[in-house]
Design a protein around this ligand. Structure first.
Ligand code: IPM
Ligand code: MG
Length: 369
């Protein structure tokens, strides 16, 4: 790619991103689950250990929602084809027919999908978050014995991710990727975090940036979060750089002070894996990807291809998908069912000594619900 082509490419990217913010400005369609005659849940298995842990979560959901499924209030649909084989064959992050099927659902439960390193195939996750405009990635991490009760509001549609597959490379010389932060994109994630805090009796929010270095993008993220904070006088907003926050999360005498975090996409990706590790590993953490219209619930971890290679995938921990199911139930209005699942998950843990398979653990959990 010569300089002229690179500049042309950059112009197109800017135009596309401006068009995206214009679409964002018009998007106010919010779904009211209580008024829907039927709620359609799409279940997507994914790759690697995905189908194993997702099947188990589907069995769990079907058992919790048995009456609603019988009465037709809930429909659970299986969506096939979001596999690395099919995505590679079609060279599409989400094959067109699969995306159409996905859009017929209200909410989704999705197993991890494999993201190729390099190449041109975009991550299915990133594509889904963009296509369904799932702007808030909400990730709770709770360790009661340590006094940790955190919830991360990770911006999910822009930052380092939105153009992650559209960088510029001058072969053998240099490569450039882009980070995009928009006013509207920041305002909506900040609002989501502050509203959550207000409605859940939290009085502190940590805004995470590296605005001393990423002056334009994180500078904007910081400024807009503080503007939103001014609308919530009862909530203290503190700004922290991401490096020191990574340290503070493992600093025992301070970490329990944090409550709600709001952060750009990549910092959210990294800090939530770190946080989940304190809770017992990424296998224990669920994640909600929320937009105005659609919502998708998933594990925070990947498809664990090494477990498949070693042949011990039956021992994959389904807790992350169970947590995701709990968040799904809460989102569609089944708060009591979500609460009882949450209690069960607090008391019943997946053993770390390989004494129980994914399926056996699922059975044990269902027996107490
Ligand atoms: C996550 C994952 C994804 C991400 C990958 C699979 C694209 O790590 O949900 O945190 O980077 O967002
Ligand atoms: Mg991640």
């Amino acid at each position: 790619m010569n300089i002229e082509n690179a500049i042309k490419h950059f112009r197109t990217l800017l135009e596309e991103q401006i068009a995206r913010t214009e679409r964002m400005a018009k998007d106010n369609e919010k779904i009211d689950f209580s008024s829907l005659p039927q709620i359609i849940i799409g279940v997507i298995g994914g790759d690697g250990i995905g189908p194993i842990i997702t099947d188990e979560a589907e069995v769990l959901l079907r058992s919790i929602l048995k009456d609603e499924i019988e009465s037709g209030k809930i429909l659970i649909k299986n969506i096939k084809g979001l596999t690395i084989e099919n995505r590679t064959a079609k060279n599409q992050a989400i094959p067109t027919d699969v995306l159409e099927e996905i859009k017929t659902c209200h909410v989704l439960l999705k197993g991890p999908t494999t993201t190729p390193n390099g190449g041109t195939l975009e991550s299915a996750n990133v594509a889904m978050r963009r296509e369904l405009d799932l702007f808030a990635n909400v990730r709770p991490v709770v360790v009661p014995e340590e006094g940790i009760d955190w919830i991360f509001f990770r911006e999910n549609t822009e930052g380092e991710y939105v153009l992650g597959s559209h960088g510029i490379e001058i072969p053998d010389t240099l490569a450039v990727d882009f980070k995009v932060i928009t006013d509207l994109g920041t305002r909506r994630i900040a609002k989501a975090a502050f509203e959550y805090a207000k409605q859940n009796g939290k009085n502190k929010i940590a805004i995470i940036t590296k605005a001393n270095i990423m002056k334009k993008t994180d500078g904007k993220f910081s400024k807009i979060c503080h503007e939103v904070a001014a609308e919530y006088p009862g909530i203290d907003a503190d700004e922290w750089y991401v490096d020191i926050m990574a340290a503070n999360l493992i600093k025992e005498n301070v970490r329990s002070r944090y409550q709600v975090f709001v952060l750009p996409n990549l910092y959210g990706d990294i800090l939530t894996d770190e946080a989940a590790q304190l809770q017992g590993g990424v296998g224990t953490a669920g994640s909600a990807n929320i937009g105005n219209k659609y919502a998708m619930f998933e594990a925070i971890h990947g498809s664990a291809p090494r477990m498949i290679e070693r042949g011990d995938a039956d021992y994959a921990n389904p807790s992350s998908m169970f947590k995701a199911s709990e968040m799904l139930l809460r989102h569609i209005g089944f708060v009591e069912k979500a609460e009882s699942l949450s209690k069960a998950l607090e008391n019943i843990k997946f053993p770390t000594d390989r004494s129980e398979t994914c399926q056996e653990f699922g059975e044990r959990l269902r027996s107490v619900l």
